[in-house]
Design a protein around this ligand. Structure first.
Ligand code: F6R
Length: 261
């Protein structure tokens, strides 16, 4: 795991977008794992800008989102399909047929979950998975006590997650309490992972996630097991990290980061 501290939320998101753009230029058929949420909005804004200004090409890229609510259609403004169309897909040259989210409207949720795993495998697995973190340490919607080897499945959302996410719904009562999410094991199968964390409200949980003991109570701690996981945080999120000096030293001196300094 490597951790990079950036001055503010926008430069952190920009760095993540640059890392994604680099991966996409190196492999135009990139299989990209995507996340939703407030933190990701800036990343998608940067990717859209890079597409418009520099011609960043998504035409061959395939995307798999981490999760989708159960029981609201793609046309619902609270659905993650709607979010992705709005913030990214409608503004870049991606083929909509190459964009995948779990089917939250499936009659048979279990077989929809199995199908999602099969589809990811058919495309050769996820090359680069983008992640945010929830206040309880969830990645995707893997709430506390999610098995560290879990696969795509239906999950009941934690009351804390519902409380935070329902504010994104025009009518908070419409916020579903269940979702389909890739499992922690599914996420760990990605070849590369980037976790983006910004803001002081995430300072405590990101310190637990990267410097605390691995526990299913905090799903993000499982990322410590991944051989190629990069974590990008802003100064506000970095305040509780014990090894800040070391992280800053790595970013300032390691050749792999030279082009981003
Ligand atoms: C959503 C997802 C979640 C969010 C997390 C943080 O697809 O994967 O794990 O990344 O809840 O959300 P924000 O960025 O809104 O704090």
């Amino acid at each position: 795991m490597e951790l990079v501290i950036q001055p503010d939320a926008d430069s952190a998101a920009r760095l993540v977008a640059l890392l994604i753009a680099k991966a996409l230029r190196e492999k135009p058929h990139l299989v990209l794992g995507l996340a939703t949420g407030r933190t990701m909005e800036r990343v998608y804004a940067h990717l859209v800008r890079m597409h418009k200004e520099q011609g960043l090409d998504f035409s061959l890229c395939r995307t798999f989102n981490l999760d989708e609510y159960i029981g609201i259609p793609a046309s619902h403004p609270g659905s993650y399909r709607f979010y992705m169309n709005r913030h990214l897909f409608s503004q870049i040259n991606i083929d909509p047929r190459n964009t995948f989210l779990p089917d939250g409207m499936a009659c048979d949720t279990q077989s929809a979950c199995r199908h999602y795993e099969e589809l990811i495998a058919e495309f050769g697995g996820i090359d680069l998975q983008l992640l945010g973190i929830g206040a309880d340490g969830h990645i995707g919607f893997n709430e506390s006590l999610s098995a560290l080897r879990s696969r795509t499945r239906e999950k009941a959302l934690a009351p804390s997650t519902i409380a935070v996410n329902r504010t994104l719904f025009d009518n908070p009562a419409e916020m579903p309490s269940r979702a389909i999410t890739m499992g922690v094991g599914t996420i760990l199968d990605a070849s590369n992972i980037i976790l983006l964390v910004t803001g002081s409200t995430k300072a405590e949980i990101i310190a637990k996630a990267v410097e605390g003991p691995i526990t299913s109570m905090v799903s993000a701690t499982a990322l410590q097991l991944h051989p190629r996981c990069r974590v990008v945080v802003d100064e506000h999120a970095a305040t509780r990290l014990q090894a800040q000096e070391y992280y800053r030293w790595i970013f300032a001196t390691e050749p792999e980061w030279a082009e981003y300094r």
